[in-house]
Design a protein around this ligand. Sequence first.
Ligand code: ATP
Ligand code: LTN
Length: 335
Amino acid sequence: MEQTPVKKQRILSGIQPTGTPTLGNYIGAMRNWKLLEDEYDCLYMIADLHTITVRQEPAKLRAQSMQLLALLLAIGLDPEKNVLFFQSHVPQHAQMSWVLNCFTYMGEMSRMTQFKDKSAKHADNINCGLFTYPVLMASDILLYQANLVPVGQDQTQHLEICRDIAARVNGLYGNVFTIPEGYYSKVGTRVRSLQDPKRKMSKSDPEDCFISILDTPDAIRRKYRRAVTDSEAEIRYDPENKPGVSNLLSILSALTAEPIDALTASMAGKGYGDLKSTVAEATVETLAPIQARFAQYMNDKAYLESVYRRGAEQAGRLAERTLQKCMKKIGFVAR
Ligand code: ATP
Ligand code: LTN
């Protein structure tokens, strides 16, 4: 007897082309995407609309967006199995965002820690887009009726608000949206800044704070050498009192898949210099093949174009379906 194929669960995630992705983006988000491509129906989006909540240089934004697409391919995402697309190529994101803005409260948005952080960082440009950023993100997710959203831990608050908005609309109009769940990897969901390990590693911070996926081996070694540790000399995992050393241990554990306990045991009696060079070499080894594939994709613009065009078509079809459904339920006249 023929078996009915089980409908795969849908996954959507996004990453902003605000710079070259860091090791934090890679460990916390991107590399997990690759692991999901067989089991789920996956869409991965380059969140370019989100980037202009902060001023961007046009030429740089364009270059970084293409780079990011090449990097998604370089980490191994297969465009036959995953829908890879630019958010700005699917106008339904902006349309849905307007609708959902009207179902979101000022109070909810002003509680978002990312808004508070970013408005402190860009005090001269606290624009309305920065404020409603989570609504655009909710639109991204809900348009595709995603079941799961693989992100780093820094996005939990945004995901909660997305669920609240979806439940609110469903409550008013019936079954419009699937309520999504966050999907977090167990290790390394919050890689920290090398210079200020109390904060997350972020690609829009100064160079020395992060390892970029495209850093040369020399740059990687240098950045780790200068990473902030503490005045003791013991390699011990204690995020509260030893955030710098603990961060290096978490990175090493994420890259080598060795538990932290085993790492600290094997490094007993060694100094911070040893720890730093071990992490540096593990990083170089992880990134070298990705960088080689990246260079190949960057040399094939026609292929990159074919990938994003097809992605936009596939994503657009799915997004339009949900947008129409939602607009109809709300009471707009069908075109
Ligand atoms: P920006 O610095 O421009 O705000 P970002 O570095 O925070 O950007 P995003 O593009 O906003 O990166 O995030 C892409 C993905 O990477 C998200 O899933 C996010 O949770 C994850 N991520 C970002 N930084 C880290 C980090 N330090 N550790 C683990 N995951 C991270
Ligand atoms: N805000 C996210 C990037 C992002 C995203 C999304 C992630 C935009 N839209 C939809 C998951 C689903 C961030 O990581 N800073």
